[in-house]
Design a protein around this ligand. Structure first.
Ligand code: ATP
Length: 360
């Protein structure tokens, strides 16, 4: 097992497009780290450079203490699983699993032993004699994972491996990947634009945008303390609300103020925010789950109510803009209602409106 360290990695393509800029990050030994970001942010390029399928323009990648940029893919001891996994259609599951070992010249008995053991781990034991076309999408994906795992690589690279599966299967495979990682304990680097996958599976998440690393942290750190507006907006569903206003000091207490909305900050944060008071240029980020339809911060006119059964997703128009509220219960509001709004002051995020950086 090894750690993977990216050091000032930079990648520009011949046509001048920059896929990655000054990317530095250490993926710990045995960690499940996810590159999360929108399409085109450089996730796949970074993974391909890790695999040796792409060469960085500058910078270095280390596996443990070993620099690998000059090593061809075959000498990196990695395995990669892609979104489109190509199994050999004419081979059985067992033969597909054994294939990488056969290519390495591993003896027949040893191949069979390892394929059987892995099939048990992946719950494919009953399917070893089937051909891919007689397997479900999830089973096929498990075989593809197995084929990557069987060589016992030091680093396991996964590029959106679940995106071709339907929603139910994706949920199931998420849980399976978590268990698999726990069982085998290998260093895994996972690429996705799906924040739910990133939040549920990762030890840590590296959020990327436009070729730059925005933040690295555990899923909870990313959710609770997004470093900038991009991370705040990208993680969380429904997405965070943003309201522009200012911070004013009232009797020593910091109060966020926007049109028709006021949130007095708790004492501990008030002290930290005292030096940041200004009439405008502050962007408050409020997650829908940190709002309730109670008096306290302002009010709004309900536009739409989406009933989820256990909760309503209420969209309301307020003087400060549209606000989405996750309201626990059923029939908590109806379109056209004037509803009170309360923001949980402990959970208010504050950013600089111009730079998007977190204020406190
Ligand atoms: P997606 O989720 O859509 O795969 P991504 O985050 O993985 O996106 P990359 O595929 O790494 O993004 O691409 C990053 C940037 O580099 C994009 O702007 C892309 O157009 C560009 N790019 C990728 N491969 C090449 C290439 N071979 N030649 C030129 N530009 C490329």
């Amino acid at each position: 097992m090894v750690s993977v360290r990216y050091q000032h990695l930079h990648k520009a393509f011949g046509d001048g497009s920059v896929a990655l800029q000054d990317f530095s990050l250490e993926v710990a030994d045995g960690e499940f780290l996810t590159f999360l970001g929108p399409s085109g942010c450089g996730k796949t390029t970074t993974l391909r450079m890790t695999a040796g399928l792409e060469t960085p323009t500058s910078g270095e990648i280390f596996f443990g203490e070993r620099p690998v940029v000059d090593l061809p893919p075959g000498r990196r001891n990695i395995a990669m699983v892609f979104q489109s996994y190509a199994l050999y259609p004419h081979m059985t599951v067992q033969q597909n699993l054994e294939y990488p070992l056969r290519k390495q010249g591993v003896a027949r008995d040893e191949r069979a032993r390892r394929a059987t053991a892995l099939a048990a781990t992946l719950q494919l034991d009953a399917l070893l004699h089937r051909r891919p076309k007689h397997l479900s999408g999830g089973q096929q994906q498990r075989v593809a994972l197995g084929r990557a795992l069987i060589r016992e690589p030091e680093v396991f690279l996964l590029d959106e491996p679940l995106s071709n599966l339907d929603a139910e299967l994706r949920t199931q495979m998420r849980a399976e990947l978590i268990q698999l990682h726990r069982r085998i304990g290998r260093t895994m680097i996972y690429v996705t634009h799906d924040q739910v996958e990133a939040m549920t599976m990762s030890t840590r998440i590296a959020v990327m945008s436009k070729g730059e690393l925005q933040q690295v942290g555990t899923p909870l750190e990313i959710y609770r303390e997004p470093r900038n507006r991009f991370v705040a907006a990208f993680v969380g569903s429904p997405a965070m609300n943003f309201v522009e206003g200012g911070i004013e000091l009232r009797d020593g207490r910091a109060v966020f103020r926007a049109a028709g909305l006021e949130v007095a900050l708790p004492d501990a944060r008030s002290a930290r925010l005292a030096g940041l008071a200004r009439a405008s240029g502050v962007l408050a980020g409020i997650r829908p789950e940190h709002l309730s339809l109670e008096p306290g911060s302002g009010e709004g006119r309900v536009l739409v109510v989406e009933a989820m059964g256990h909760e309503d997703i209420v969209t309301a128009e307020t003087p400060a803009g549209r606000i989405v509220v996750r309201s626990a219960g059923t029939a908590t509001a109806a379109a056209g209602d004037l509803v009170p709004l309360r923001v949980d002051p402990e959970k208010l995020h504050l950013f600089d409106a111009a730079s998007g950086e977190r204020l406190a």
